[in-house]
Design a protein around this ligand. Sequence first.
Ligand SMILES: Cc1ncc(COP(=O)(O)O)c(C=O)c1O
Length: 406
Amino acid sequence: MFQTPTHRDAALALDRSDPLAAARGSFEIEEGTIYLVGHSLGPPPVQARRKAEAALDTWRSDLVRGWNSAGWIDLAERTGDRLARLIGAEQGSVVVTDNVSVNLFKLAAAALGLCRRAILVIEEDEFPTDQYIVAALGNLQRIEVRRVPAGEGIAALKEGGVLIKSAVNYRSAGIADITAHEAEARRHGALIVWDLSHATGVLNLRLRANGALLATGCTYKYLNGGPGAPAFVHAASEIAGKLSSPLPGWMGHAAPFAFEAGYTPRGGAARFASGTPPILSLASLDGALDVVTGQALADLQAKAQALGAITIARAKAMGIALLSPEDDARRGGHVSIRITQGYPVVQALAARGVLADFRAPDTVRFGFSPLFLKFGQVWDAMEILADILSTRSWDAPEFHIRAKVT
Ligand SMILES: Cc1ncc(COP(=O)(O)O)c(C=O)c1O
């Protein structure tokens, strides 16, 4: 759809015809900053600030009554219904709760209860938290865990089992074929728990059409919900009623305020709610969703991939090794490159206003949030990278000092 620009003016021309240009007005990003880490922590939309402030006001004015007066008690499900539209899932199949790590545990444990054979499968290039959770769940349940090479997860499901799989890989940005995976899993009586952390808000996700039944993902990346914004759980209606959460907290109970001794789960995905929802964070997320709701998901994906294509073309011209697929259709919203001195290079970029992230041991990752980035900015960021590399300005002592979060 987009012609990859070969000079700055062509990039600026793309900005003039960008169908998402109006969304940029919602973001409060300092002039001079090129924010290429929206895939790590999205910046604050004004709508998020407004709804978070309104929740603080209600807390002051209504006190505990806010749970009813402001509908806080249903906010996790209302926000879930808004998210369902963004992942192509049906209403009632998404609830906002906990974080991805906890949700992976809950979903994988619940899925094991429905599988032909209790085996957990994970590919070795998955995000570390996914690996840790799978290993711990396997230990707890004393079942086999198969840690297989990248791309071989589905082949390890021939006897059934549960595969935990990212729709977009956190390092390479490679996209998984959800439909093909689900078809194969069904043939073997297996289930897949999708990690949508790097896919939600940047891919044109169609979970229902693709046959995906179970998923979780975070909301602080492309959805801009805020630091530590809660994650979501998706459980399709054809399976949700058969699933038991291993953490059946009172908010997943059908009647939490009946204070019954026995546990009756709620219908749908809401049974995966556990404890009291974080209302201030949920309010911020609810506001942030005002920006993305109403945008065409296909536009978001096309723009993110076009911004990635600029980066890939420029990185190749600089002779830098790519860790992401060159083919736009196989790549999510970020691009990773390999730079041995990646850490100081990322610090040198930050000193010039270009924020990117570093993933040990040698990955520099650029995220292309389509709601606020401009084509011209990505062009400029690559010019700055070229300058930093050619002048070796990254080799100043201050750029080698390691921070806790990279
Ligand atoms: C693919 C993936 N899964 C899981 C997580 C961690 O999620 P959480 O911190 O919500 O547990 C991340 C964080 O960046 C991620 O990229």
